[in-house]
Design a protein around this ligand. Sequence first.
Ligand SMILES: C=C(O[C@@H]1C=C(C(=O)O)C=C[C@H]1O)C(=O)O
Length: 121
Amino acid sequence: MEKSSDGPGAPAGLDESVRTELVSLRDSIDNIDAAVVHMLAERFKCTQRVGRLKADHDLPAADPAREARQIARLRELAGSAKLDPAFAEKLLNFVIAEVIRHHETIAGERQSGERDADGPR
Ligand SMILES: C=C(O[C@@H]1C=C(C(=O)O)C=C[C@H]1O)C(=O)O
């Protein structure tokens, strides 16, 4: 069974000042997580538009040169922000891989749409 707790999100038997600090820090973490989700949602709205542009103009889903520039920039920013640059790179690569998957899906849908519009051969 799970360990019992005497308050939302704080383990039982904790010193009051420790509990207050833990709850306050977790409030901020929750706000930051919400901001990250909203920012990612906005980023994916932009990348979906890029995906449609690429599909309309027969451009490849991935742009490795652009990715290399973004990674170099993000590593630099991470370093100044005291965030591990290797972590920043992994995170960006993770997001970009999902974006490329979306772009491939959009391109595939365009192609099958065009085939359908051409009618049976
Ligand atoms: C969004 C694009 O497509 C891909 C995804 C990228 C991203 O998520 O930042 C960057 C380069 C591309 O591989 C783009 O070309 O700008």
